[in-house]
Design a binder for this molecule. Sequence first.
Ligand code: NAP
Ligand code: F7E
Length: 322
Amino acid sequence: MPTALITGVTGQDGSYLAELLMSKGYEVIGMVRHSSTMNFERILHIQDQIEIIQGDLHDQGSLVNIIEEHHPDEVYNLAAQSFVPVSWNQPVLTGEVTALGVTRLLEAIRLVSPKTHFYQASSSEMFGKVQEVPQSERTPFYPRSPYGVSKVYSHWITINYRESYEMYASSGILFNHESPRRGLEFVTRKITQGVARIKFGMSKELRLGNLEAQRDWGFAGDYVEAMWLMLQQDRANDYVIGSGETHSVREFCQVAFEVVDLDYKEYVVQDEKFYRPAEVDLLISDPSKAKNELGWEPKVSFKQLVSMMVESDLSNLNNKKN
Ligand code: NAP
Ligand code: F7E
């Protein structure tokens, strides 16, 4: 039975990846950081089937101990401070976790278990002020936030460990991926929960920032399959993972409100509070390398994703009401 370590197992992607790996017969070890209150909402249903261990990307010793104890065949590094606006308020913390944390984990693997296959969660935020449309593995980076800058560092340190030490270290440059498990502060979930609240008469309006930003959105459940496929290849490599389509935040609102037969223009209010100091205006992927080499393609369309998220939030609120 292969063993996989997932950092960030309590996050959106961690929960879907744990489910996928278990379905493939892996023994899954999930690393969680200490907190005074448990934050296992996304993994409650599988908590008994995975081994939960404590560790933190800030703490080198905890990472060495975990790798020593488990010698995992595969490590998926999904842990990060991943919310872009927070990265301006806490740039040093974001760099410590999202950038340097990756070096700590790579060092632990290099010293203790150098044959382990390593996956790094790179991001389309690295393309930032895009230098090319669409963006592929060859597009130069121009990050626009401390988060994006941290992800560029972690991307290159992953490549550097591959080239310096012949470690099997791959990066997935994933475009935005969403689901009913998405954190409430990200725009898609903020919109779908907002739609459900308005439908049930619990809110009168939805306050958002820049409605013109365009993103290449996909379903997280599809994207964790690509992570796994990357670590099954003969050689480590880097892959862009996305849908190849782009849609504006405004369009997301329109489609989400249409699911409950409402017109977004009557409820969405633009609020400067949610504008960013530097915006990423347009992201659209060229995922052809992943299609050709991994045989990966997304299954859930944009409209299916929006409907899935709205329906889920309607059902969540309905259950709470009853
Ligand atoms: P998420 O929901 O924000 O999950 C982040 C996870 O990291 C959580 O489990 C969090 O634990 C953990 N974490 C934070 N700081 C940590 C620390 N110091 N030590 C150990 N764990 C820590 O993120 P996601 O959407 O699942 O994304 C997964 C990864 O992919 C992230 O690296 C993200 O930057 C990257 N990514 C995401 C997308 C996307 O669209 N979702 C696209 C490209 C790349 P707590 O539960 O304790 O907070
Ligand atoms: O913003 C605009 C905002 O916070 C998307 C992370 O997973 O994907 C995610 O980063 C867009 C931006 O995601 C609001 O200005 C408008 O243009 O949902 P988001 P993100 O910043 O694209 C990448 C790939 C990651 O790697 C990250 O970890 O929506 N927007 N109004 C808003 N955004 C938010 N959050 N809230 C608003 O009210």
